[in-house]
Design a binder for this molecule. Structure first.
Ligand code: FAD
Length: 304
């Protein structure tokens, strides 16, 4: 069977892996059942090697950054999860550019920018994702988006070849990039920043961080805002006016502090969470007429 074939191949190639590891250990929501295999990759060649074999065996492969925008279901994920945020984390500063590997934490990149008095990515301070996840999602906050600062991306294409592309802001849109819903894998990113004043950069980052602490339920496991901003309104406002703050399905709850956040309040299951998402969508539609589209990725048991 293909599962055993892939396992034998990982052993033969001496690529360390875990079997049946709960995805709740890899996600900020602390939810998700076990995956057949989890590989915390050390270098790019391992990614290509694993990708080619998984494709050959027709086994789904999912790339994971910091797991802060993703929901795995309770049942087993019948595939291989390749985690970048554990080991591919190098960050290098060259003049006013920062070159970061996809697994590097966005917060660490922000800290590095501040250390070198580089401005332009203060908005990203507090987004708990990896560089790869931030590009994939075109993450943004406080009027800033990753598209504004990224200039070059190295990635693996669908056929397993390593490519470099220069990008412009127009190549991205709201929470979407040319990587979204493709099988391309982001490896490395060049951010173009500008020289600024270190104290001003730090003070703006601190201000944004304090705003998050005031407004967001950071004391509970979550994946941030669950829904995209619909045209003409805000998801959190619509959920609030629909009277859904505090609504629970099992251990999952609409945060009382920020209605856009659904939280793992008390030992929730992924089923609880999905039930709550669907309930919120149904009620908001009924009461306001708006369709709320999920921003977080819900992992299905098929090729992604
Ligand atoms: P993951 O959750 O690991 O993955 C998300 C998707 O990206 C998956 O489909 C995955 O397959 C894909 N992916 C990840 N890495 C790669 C790669 N290298 N190559 C190809 N595909 C890849 N988001 C915002 O935009 N703004 C916010 O202000 C914000 N605030 C948040 C606050 C909290 C408390 C939390 C928990 C989340 C918040 N988020 C926010 C959501 C999340 O942090 C971002 O979407 C982040 O960019 C996701 O990065 P990640 O590494 O965690 O991605």
């Amino acid at each position: 069977m293909n599962k055993e074939k892939l396992e034998r191949y990982l052993i033969q190639k001496r690529i360390p892996f875990f079997k049946n590891k709960p995805m709740s250990e890899y996600t900020t929501l602390k939810l998700g059942g076990p995956a057949w295999f989890v590989v915390e990759v050390q270098d790019y060649t391992d990614i290509v090697t694993v990708k080619k074999k998984a494709d050959e065996c027709s086994i789904p492969m999912l790339i994971l950054g910091n797991g802060s925008n993703i929901l795995f279901k309770d049942k087993e994920f019948e595939g291989i999860v390749v985690v970048l945020a554990k080991k591919l984390k190098k960050i290098e500063v060259v003049n006013t550019n920062i070159i970061a590997e996809a697994g590097a934490s966005l917060m660490d990149v922000c800290d590095e920018a501040c250390k070198h008095s580089l401005m332009g990515m203060e908005f990203a301070y507090g987004i708990p994702g990896s560089v790869g996840g931030a590009i994939y999602m075109n993450a943004g906050a406080f009027e800033g988006e990753v598209k504004d600062i990224v200039r070059e991306i190295q990635y693996i294409d669908e056929d397993g070849n390593i490519k470099n592309i220069k990008v412009k802001p127009k190549d991205f849109s709201y929470r979407k990039s040319m990587f979204t819903d493709t099988n391309k894998i982001i490896l490395k990113v060049i951010f173009e920043l500008s020289m600024g004043n270190r104290d001003e950069v730090r003070s703006l980052m601190d201000r944004y961080w304090n705003r998050r602490k005031e407004r967001q339920p950071l004391e509970y496991p979550s994946a941030g805002s669950v829904f995209k901003r619909p045209v003409g309104d805000y998801a959190s406002r619509l959920i609030d006016v629909s009277g859904l703050k505090g609504k629970c399905c099992g251990g999952a709850m609409v945060s009382e502090k920020h209605a856009g956040f659904l939280i793992n309040y008390d030992h929730a299951t992924s089923n609880d969470f999905i039930e709550l998402i669907e309930y919120v969508q149904k009620e908001v539609k009924k009461q306001t007429g708006f369709d709320l589209e999920c921003e977080i990725k819900i992992v299905e048991n098929k090729k992604q």
